[in-house]
Design a protein around this ligand. Structure first.
Ligand code: UDP
Length: 353
């Protein structure tokens, strides 16, 4: 393993992706400065002597912390975003404010201080290319069109904000010599993802967290629009490995948009639900399985929801560099589910006191 000495700033370094990346970069020997609204997911890492943590909402940065953290870093990862479909439907203006206005400020700080930026975007920027019937097009960073839905389906405000941010990052590279890489993540799953819901109406986390909640707390697993839509899921460890490649191969990935995803792990949400049930049943043969119920996207998320039917990444920018995902879909789910099942069993176990 190469021990690295640079300083990496992670904005949003305590979220789902960020917490896994923070842990890995500490192992790799980097000095880290993490900025996040909440430290819960990295609490056990904060005593490490190579991590500085700033608890901060970048929207209320009166002391200029964002700029000074950027100045202190060799590389900035920007992971700050509202990235949950329910959020785009419920509060589209705040989604744009955080995901575009605030992120752009960070981009500009990187330009001012001549700091390399690794900007997280989203696979949603591709929009609806997978919705063309019979379309097997893999989503290619430099070849695919980015197709948004109508304005009244305001799910797309998220993808549009992220797309404009990408275009601004690109433009700063052209006009102001910014060194950048844009990452488009494809449905990462793993431990500490989103949040669990004890009751079905207690929130709308992404699909893995939603289904594991249903299994643990025995409420229905909702299949939106029959679960016909397809996604390619990536284990968070494979995703983080790809991020390390991108960080360490600065030249190869400079001014490149890079998909991180596992094309071989494509499944319909219907099959995904059944695979999770099978794994759960193997593990807890005496446990009851919750019912499966079909709901429409509008019922589940609210008016203005529109889905992407299919989302298959072209991962060749990573595989050409030697990256290879280690987890197939079953292994991804087994590993992620066992974490939650063990945690749940511990919580349920009678106290010995
Ligand atoms: N979905 C579902 N049941 C749930 C949560 C999500 O059927 O409880 C569907 C959702 O409509 C979408 C897919 O699962 O088709 C993936 O949704 P997720 O929120 O994980 O993220 P997305 O890939 O849409 O950004």
């Amino acid at each position: 393993m190469i021990m690295s000495t640079g300083t990496v700033a992670l904005f949003g370094g305590a979220g789902f992706i960020g917490s896994h990346l923070t842990e890995r970069l500490l192992e790799e020997g980097y000095h880290l400065v993490v900025v996040d609204i909440d430290s819960e997911k990295i609490e056990d890492l904060l005593s490490h002597n190579r991590i500085d943590f700033h608890e901060l909402d970048i929207r209320q940065d009166d002391a200029g912390t964002v700029t000074s953290v950027v100045e202190s870093a060799d590389v900035v990862f920007d992971l700050i975003a509202y990235a949950n479909p329910k959020q785009y439907v419920d509060m589209p203006l705040e989604v744009v404010h955080l995901n575009y206005d605030q992120n752009l400020r960070l981009v500009e700080d990187c330009v001012e201080t001549d700091t390399r930026l690794i900007q997280f975007s989203t696979s949603e920027v591709y929009g609806k290319i997978g919705n063309r019937k019979g379309d097997d097009e893999v989503f290619s960073e430099d070849g695919s069109d980015l197709i948004m839905g109508p304005v009244e389906n305001h799910r797309w405000i998220y993808a549009t904000a992220k797309q404009l941010l990408e275009r601004m990052v690109h433009a700063h590279g052209l006009e102001n010599d910014l060194d950048w890489t844009i990452i488009r993540p494809f449905n990462f799953i793993g431990r500490e993802m989103d949040y669990l819901i004890e009751e079905p109406d207690a929130g709308t986390p992404r699909v893995f967290a939603s289904f594991i909640s249903a299994l643990l707390y025995d409420h229905p697993m909702y299949l939106v629009d029959g679960g016909e839509n397809e996604r390619a899921f990536t284990h968070i460890s494979d995703a983080v490995e790809a991020m390390v490649y991108i960080l360490e191969e600065a030249e190869r990935y400079n001014r490149e948009v890079v998909n991180i995803g596992t094309p071989g792990n494509e499944t319909s949400i219907h099959d995904f639900a059944h695979l999770m049930r099978d794994i759960y049943a193997d593990r807890s043969p005496d446990g009851d399985l919750p019912p499966i119920e079909n709901v429409s996207g509008e019922e589940f998320y609210g008016a203005g929801y529109e889905d992407c039917e299919r989302r298959i990444p072209d991962a060749t920018k990573l595989t050409d560099a030697g990256w290879e995902p280690q987890y197939d879909l079953r292994e991804t789910l087994e590993e992620a589910m066992s974490y939650y099942l063990e945690k749940y069993e511990r919580a349920e176990a009678p106290s010995l006191d």
